[in-house]
Design a protein around this ligand. Structure first.
Ligand code: HPA
Length: 296
């Protein structure tokens, strides 16, 4: 694998020492790039910017895995900073099966991000959710194929634990923020990730319902898994933008997806911005040492 990055002179990098693939290192980045925000937000269909948020800097990052979807926007609101990335690029031109998930997640790590909040547009399978509802998923079923889904493809064999794919602490932050901001959130749900870019057949949705999926989208995987491989905390805000195929009589359209996301933007923003103020300085979950015991 190509890559690695320049280390600040005189600073030894324990992260790199623990990994034979040259991992990006927050410590080195702080030395090079100044104090960077520790929180990242990645958002997809219909969510391309956060209104009213100042952009301090644009950062284009090259990674050993190629180019991320877009430049990272270093943002600030009420004295709190975060890094924003548009998953499908600007303008929206990268379909879900062609997103460079590895580069996107690597870029966040390279900037020093420890915790990612993802925004996903999803179809509702469970009859208890309707368009406009928001779910904070706690489980995920990977139905994708052919996506580059690991950073460990070389000599080193790593089996990362994904029993609970979403970070417990980071989900808790979103749920507490929802309460504080008066935004109704469904606390849990299983996200089935399909490959796309086509939408599902009626039979596929019936199958997904039978195996326990509540919502369906196209981008959670391998994003969730790659974040864990880089010991980055990850939680998602899944906005139900439509009933999944066959759940209602209405024909599915991408216009409905984007329009429903637009209507939900204010509530999603409130939850995200509220969450920024609830992020603790130190992480108290297992994500930060996820690679411990994961190597053969
Ligand atoms: N299926 C898959 N992905 C989606 C959907 C859907 O119904 N809605 C938004 N993203």
């Amino acid at each position: 694998m190509a890559g690695g990055h320049a280390f600040r002179e005189g600073v030894s990098c324990s992260f790199r020492a623990r990994n034979s693939i040259a991992m990006p290192c927050a410590l080195c980045r702080f030395g090079k790039g100044g104090n960077m925000p520790k929180v990242g937000i990645i958002a997809g269909s219909g969510f391309y910017e956060i209104e009213g948020v100042g952009i301090r800097e644009l950062r284009k990052i090259d990674t050993p895995f190629g180019e991320p979807s877009d430049a990272y926007r270093i943002c600030e609101i009420s004295g709190r900073e975060f890094v924003f990335l548009s998953r499908h690029g600007t303008p929206h031109h990268i379909p879900p099966h062609r997103v460079n998930y590895r580069a996107n997640i690597w870029g966040f790590k390279d900037l020093g991000v420890e915790r990612i909040f993802a925004v996903n547009a999803v179809g509702g399978i469970n009859r208890a959710v309707a368009p406009g509802d928001i779910v904070i998923p706690d489980q995920c079923i990977d139905m994708t194929h052919g996506r580059a889904a690991t950073f460990y493809e070389g000599d080193e064999v790593v089996h990362i634990d994904l029993t609970d794919p979403y970070c417990r602490e980071t989900r808790g932050i979103l749920l507490r923020s929802g309460k504080a901001q008066n935004v109704d959130l469904n606390a849990g749900g299983t996200y089935a990730c399909m490959n796309g870019p086509r939408l599902e057949t009626r039979a596929e949705i019936e199958f997904l319902e039978k195996i326990g999926a509540d919502i369906v989208g196209m981008t959670a995987m391998p994003e969730v898994c790659l974040a864990r491989e880089l010991e980055t905390c990850f939680a998602a805000i899944a906005v139900v933008t439509n009933y999944a195929a066959g759940i209602s009589d209405r024909k599915l359209t991408t216009t409905e997806v984007v329009e429903t996301m637009k209507v939900s933007l204010g509530r999603v923003k409130d939850v995200l911005m509220g969450a920024l103020s609830l992020v603790p300085e130190e992480r108290n979950c297992d994500c930060s040492h996820a690679l411990r015991d994961a190597r053969i």
